[in-house]
Design a protein around this ligand. Structure first.
Ligand code: GDP
Ligand code: MG
Length: 438
């Protein structure tokens, strides 16, 4: 997979300094190959590569990551943003009923997906109503009726002889009477995009005024799915896409390109023939699937979050020499805080058990206060805290919007920490995580 290939490419390089252009180009060769293998739209691939190149160039290699991991992270971020960053669900409004129209080619999975969405909505406490309007194929209406029966979801009793307009009006009226809040309209498809089909869908859309117009497309068709999305979007202005058959060996190219090409979000993916085979689409998960990383990712994230080992070592040296100033105290606190809540962090300290922490009442705002106080000191005061006496304390308190008492409390914390650290030092402290006085 791509993740392994990137790692292999960067193995030869040492994790120092900035990412060199040569190194990046080597890595991007792998990315380009992987994108083409995944059947990603050519223009999209080109843009991704140049974006990644721009982002990677001159970026400092984090101490805790190898250049390979760093590039994987950049590629992962780029893929995720390309696909939309976060899951976008159905945007249902407050009208009763709201209408969701499913469009797409024949065999894409519209009818199956209509059933899946109905079940999904039912589980959320909604009252969906399935409406078959594929009047071209006799079996189409029956297929949805059968599905509805299986799922215990009401289906409008459409027949082939009815007119589209009549079905829409009658279904809306019935929904109002029965209290169905969401119409799921299963439209007709064709084997190919054609004018007749589009004209019918445009007419339907005018009659239904749907809150969502979702394209159902077969992920196995790769680039075709993207082209189809473009054509449908032009005709009926889609609000989103559902890619079906992602349980097969679809290569992810369609998922990766659809948003970039059409600007419309991928909202769900179909992952099986059964009615439960529908998943909300999560860009990050798909990015990690395309990269084939899984565990690598959490590893990278952990490394990113953790305090830089080198910095920690430098601090340790300072501590040993008693040069750990209030400034260092503040910086250390900030870097620890950036890793998560204090409770979470305390859980990482060996010997501290979860029960002890849960009983603690930790005020995270305390840290903001401490930072403000230290920021109000002069550099000299931060370096030698012993000079902070009466009038200085007053000035610092005023400058930071706190009281002299607060300043005293901080100075006490700091000196206590120093004492604690010295004790730790004797035992050979490796990490500074445990040095917080709270
Ligand atoms: P429609 O013509 O667009 O209404 O397509 P159908 O809903 O009738 O589905 C066509 C075929 O695709 C059926 O055999 C479905 O079982 C199958 N299908 C639909 N969605 C999925 C999916 O997510 N995964 C798999 N494996 N098959 C699917
Ligand atoms: Mg159908």
């Amino acid at each position: 997979n791509l993740s392994d290939r990137l790692n292999a490419t960067f193995k030869k390089l040492k994790g120092r300094g900035t990412l060199s252009e040569k190194a990046i180009d080597e890595g991007l060769k792998q990315v380009r190959m992987a994108l083409l293998e995944a059947d990603v739209n050519y223009r999209v691939a080109k843009k991704v590569i140049s974006d990644i190149h721009r982002r990677a160039l001159g970026q400092e290699v984090m101490e805790s990551l190898t250049p390979g991991q760093q590039v994987i992270k950049i590629v992962y971020d780029e893929f995720s943003t390309m696909m939309g960053s976060a899951h976008e669900g159905l945007n249902l409004g407050n009208r009763v009923p709201e209408t969701v129209m499913l469009v797409g080619l024949q065999g894409a999975g519209k009818t199956t997906t209509a059933g899946k969405l109905a079940l999904y909505l039912k589980k959320q406490g909604k009252r969906p109503f399935l409406v078959p309007v594929d009047l071209h194929r006799p079996a189409a209406i029956d297929q949805l009726k059968k599905l509805g029966k299986q799922l215990g979801i009401p289906v409008f009793d459409s027949t082939q002889e009815m007119k589209l307009g009549d079905i829409c009006r009658a279904a809306e009226k019935m929904a109002g009477q029965e209290g169905f809040d969401t119409l799921l309209v299963d439209t007709a498809g064709r084997l190919h995009v054609d004018d007749g089909l589009m004209a019918e869908l445009v007419e339907l859309k005018k009659m239904l005024n749907p809150v969502e117009t979702l394209l159902v497309a077969d992920a196995m068709t790769g680039q075709d799915a993207v082209n189809i999305a473009g054509a449908f979007d032009k005709a009926v202005d889609l609000t989103g896409v559902i890619l079906t058959k992602m349980d097969g060996d679809a290569r992810g190219g369609a998922a990766l390109s659809i948003k970039a090409v059409t600007g419309k979000p991928l909202k769900f993916i179909g992952v099986g023939e059964k009615s439960t085979g529908l998943e909300p689409f999560h860009p990050e998960r798909m990015a990690s699937r395309i990269l084939g990383m899984g565990d690598t990712l959490s590893l990278i994230e952990k490394a990113q979050e953790s305090v830089d080992l080198k910095k920690a070592e430098a601090l340790e040296k300072k501590l040993k020499k008693n040069q750990f100033t209030l400034e260092d105290f503040r910086d250390q606190m900030a870097s620890v805080r950036s890793m998560g809540s204090i409770k979470d962090l305390m859980g990482l300290i060996p010997g501290v058990n979860k029960k002890m922490i849960s009983g603690l009442n930790i005020d995270e705002r305390e840290f903001v206060r401490i930072e403000a106080i230290i920021n109000s000191m002069t550099p000299e005061e931060r370096r030698s805290h012993a000079i902070i006496k009466g009038s200085r304390k007053k000035r610092i308190a005023k400058g930071s919007g706190s009281t002299v008492q607060d300043v005293n409390k901080l100075l006490k914390s700091y000196t206590q920490t120093m004492k604690m650290v010295k004790k730790f030092n004797k035992g050979g402290m490796r990490s500074l995580k445990g040095m917080l006085p709270f």
